[in-house]
Design a protein around this ligand. Structure first.
Ligand code: GLN
Length: 304
């Protein structure tokens, strides 16, 4: 399979069609990003990187980091983790608080903000330098020191933290939050403000395409059974209330972020990261979804 030709073809078709969205502005610092940037990087299981467009430009990975933190915490807590967070799609926006009350403080899944805050809280309970260790982990997965945290993006989010703060206190009211709210939010905003290129992001997801073994870290990151479960969660919950549509159109486990990035995996074949900052109303990148849809159409395979 000529992956380079494939992603170039996809890139060209998306650029010709030029579907537009809107750059996230609820985090003001993200609103300054040039919405025309667009890149694709595909990494196969031998470690070959295929790239097109702005695939080497670092961007704000935002909620894609929720996969990295889930991986760390799942590895430590194993199945005990699921007493604190469920594994069901939410059908609601990523920052929704509605379900938390009638589900008694147990978030629907680890990829909506409420669930990710529980994960970061659990991480803070087990790791003494949580953000440092998140960065180390992602650097290891990518095979080199590539993680940068953008302090302006972090500050911008901290200045508009009402919703995430409300979610954290709500979790605390249900005793599903162990640490100080400000401490956990500080780590959470730092992880969201991580910047990486499509290449490094795709590398950091490679272990999920490879039964839990990272060829960049040269070690098993999680067991094959944990890798399968993380992929199942990405497939069912990775795109908030658009998860069904992503499975329908693309058919790969993936995770999006409001920076416009999507990382996805085709188990036993490759990992891929696509980035274009303009989003649809669900907070997912318009061009990135389109690119992945074309990719699996042209490949004639997905998970299905
Ligand atoms: N930092 C963002 C938030 O907490 C992440 C959301 C996202 O990427 N979907 O609102």
């Amino acid at each position: 399979m000529d992956y380079q030709a494939l992603i170039e073809e996809v890139y060209k078709e998306v650029q010709n069609e030029n579907p537009r969205g809107k750059v996230a502005d609820y985090i003001p610092e993200l609103a300054h990003v040039d919405g025309n940037q667009f890149g694709i990087a595909l990494v196969d299981l031998e470690g070959n990187v295929f790239g097109v467009g702005d695939y080497q430009t670092p961007f704000s990975i935002q909620s894609v980091s929720k996969v990295h933190t889930l991986t760390m915490v799942f590895h430590v807590f194993k199945s005990k983790l699921w007493s604190r967070v469920n594994v069901e799609p939410s059908g609601n926006p990523f920052n929704s608080i509605a379900q938390l009350e009638y589900e008694k403080g147990i978030p629907r899944n680890p990829f909506i903000n409420a669930g990710a805050l529980v994960i970061t809280d659990a991480l803070c309970s087990k790791f003494d330098r949580p953000f440092h260790q998140i960065s180390d982990f992602i650097n290891e997965l990518s095979g080199h020191q590539c993680v940068l945290m953008n302090p302006e993006v972090k500050q911008s989010e901290q200045n508009h933290a009402e919703r995430n703060t409300a979610l954290a206190y709500f979790l605390k009211a249900y005793k599903n939050f162990e640490n100080k709210v400000e401490d956990v939010l500080d780590v959470y905003f730092s992880q969201c403000a991580i910047e990486m290129s499509c290449t490094d992001l795709a590398k950091s997801f490679s272990f999920l395409a490879n039964d839990g073994y990272s060829i960049f870290a040269n070690r098993e990151i999680v067991s094959e059974s944990h890798a399968r479960r993380i992929n199942a969660l990405m497939l069912t919950c990775g795109f908030y209330d658009e998860s069904g549509e992503f499975a329908f159109r693309v058919g790969l486990p993936g995770k999006s972020g409001v920076g416009g990035g999507i990382a996805a995996v085709m188990p036993h074949k490759f990992s891929i990261a696509v980035w274009c900052p303009e989003l649809n109303e669900k907070g997912n990148s318009v061009k990135s979804i389109k690119a992945l849809e074309l990719l699996t159409d042209k490949l004639k395979f997905s998970l299905f």
